[in-house]
Design a protein around this ligand. Structure first.
Ligand code: SF4
Length: 463
């Protein structure tokens, strides 16, 4: 095996300090490069999955549904319909004669059995090829059952994961504006782009409640159809993970004039800034004072604890590869609090602005990479002699195979990492993983592959 950085991908890698900032991104993945990205359908599924009182029906072969079953650690405070994965299980006969009747019958049966508040119907690759009219079937079933039945035009081949986010937002936008606006406070927000992993949205909602801010709709963590229907009544959309739900926020801004702010709930600065930004928006001194009180109280507990971890972790090196770039910004800052250096950072779906911001907040020599793949990532981890790799389920084996510590910061995780409590968990997890005695028994792999990877990376640096 030879580690490679494909010629066609060279412009998607930037090394800070070597040249003026320039990076190519937001483009289709290179065929054969085994991108870490998921398909369009998966992109829409991860966004809509946490809406807990809706049926989620995957119109396609069973494999698509299995691939995305229970895909997030998104908790619900009530119904758990989202955790069931339904599929029309299209087979050869359906591909030849069409799957519309099967889809209709499946929807009627599911709605009859589970009495959901709405149904989302996901289109997969084969549905795009055989041309089933999802829109028409959904419209018919909606009329027959009197609930919203929403087509999600997410054929897997239609683009990359970002296109899936857009398909999900377009489907949700059909719900927005159909609910009752009675009794919504003028200090109200929607939380977009938090998916309630390990209960994180409950923590964030609690901060806002302590500031006197009403949350109209969670979009989509612990989400409810009726709340999304009245989301247009909120005074502000607070958007995290801009890739996933920003399209919905933009559509609401255009149609309902709902202003938008972009935040992150990860790390100390970004969590505090999120609370302050909401208070600033409402121009409310009392609200701002409450936000400051929350931050002060939380930091009184957190900072002394962090000091202990910082003492052990100072000088260790971290690499970050995540889905959306917003998380990477917060992680760079979070690692600084632990005295650690971020030597590589990348994302699956970052924009040029995202990468520009990333290179601004990182140190010279840091590798910034868009839409990477396992061989590239392995090369970078070895070259930089990384102590911990932060990523998701597809990055975990890369780290472990190289004998490197790993921290799961993706949507499958079961640990709360948002908010001030989440920063504490993050520090504890990084410390536990980096300092684990297991690494004495599993030495880091240094092989011919390493040399090839480094030399290749060096060649890029020089070019
Ligand atoms: S790429 Fe197509 S076939 Fe594969 S999981 Fe996605 S929708 Fe299904």
């Amino acid at each position: 095996m030879t580690a490679q950085i494909y010629e066609e991908r060279r412009n998607q890698i930037h090394r800070k300090g070597k040249k003026p900032f320039a990076i190519e991104c937001d483009k289709e993945s290179l065929a054969g490069a085994v991108s870490q990205r998921a398909c369009v359908f998966c992109g829409s599924r991860v966004v809509l999955y946490p809406i807990a009182d809706a049926v989620h029906l995957v119109h396609g072969p069973i494999g698509c549904a299995v691939y995305t079953w229970d895909i997030r650690g998104a908790l619900s405070s009530g119904p758990e319909l989202h955790r069931l994965s339904f599929s029309t299980d299209l087979r050869e006969k359906d591909v030849i004669f069409g799957g519309e009747k099967k889809l209709h019958d499946a929807l009627i049966e599911l709605i009859d059995r589970y009495q959901p508040k709405a149904a989302f119907v996901y289109s997969t690759c084969i549905v795009g090829i055989i041309g089933d009219d999802l829109e028409a079937v959904c419209k018919k079933v909606a009329a027959e059952t009197d609930i919203p039945v929403l087509p999600v035009q997410s054929e897997g081949f239609k683009g990359n994961k970002r296109a899936g986010y857009e398909a999900a937002c377009k489907a949700m936008f059909r719900l927005v504006g159909t609910g009752d606006l009675a009794n919504i406070s003028r200090h109200s927000i929607n939380i977009l782009g938090d998916f309630n992993l390990a209960g994180e949205i409950w923590l964030i909602r609690d901060y806002f409640a302590r500031m006197g801010v009403e949350v109209v709709a969670n979009i989509t963590g612990d989400g409810r159809v009726d709340d999304i229907k009245r989301a247009h009544g909120a005074a502000l959309n607070v958007v995290q993970c801009s890739g996933a739900t920003m399209t919905l926020a933009e559509m609401m801004k255009e149609k309902y004039s709902t202003p938008v702010i972009r935040v992150s709930y990860f790390g100390i600065e970004d969590m505090a800034e999120s609370l302050y930004a909401v208070a600033d928006h409402f121009q409310d001194e009392e609200m701002l004072a409450k936000a400051k009180k929350i931050v002060r109280e939380e930091l009184e507990t957190l900072l002394p604890e962090l000091k202990k971890y910082r003492a052990a972790l100072t000088g260790k090196k971290a690499a970050i590869y995540v889905g959306g770039a917003f998380k990477a910004f917060s992680l760079v800052k979070a690692f600084r609090h632990l005295g650690m250096d971020v030597v590589m950072v990348g994302s699956q779906t970052g924009t040029k602005e995202d990468y520009r911001e990333l290179q601004e907040i990182t140190d010279d020599g840091t590798i910034v990479v868009d839409d990477s793949n396992p061989l590239e990532l392995s090369s970078f981890l070895r070259e930089k002699e990384v102590d911990i790799f932060v990523g998701g389920v597809k990055e975990r084996p890369i780290a472990y195979k190289l004998g490197i510590a790993f921290c799961d910061h993706n949507h499958e995780r079961k640990e709360m990492l948002a908010g001030f409590a989440g920063m504490m968990n993050f520090a504890r997890e990084v410390y536990g993983s980096v300092m684990s005695p297991v690494w004495k028994l599993v030495p880091r792999k240094q092989s011919q592959t390493t040399q090839l990877g480094v030399s290749e990376a060096a060649r890029i640096a020089e070019s």
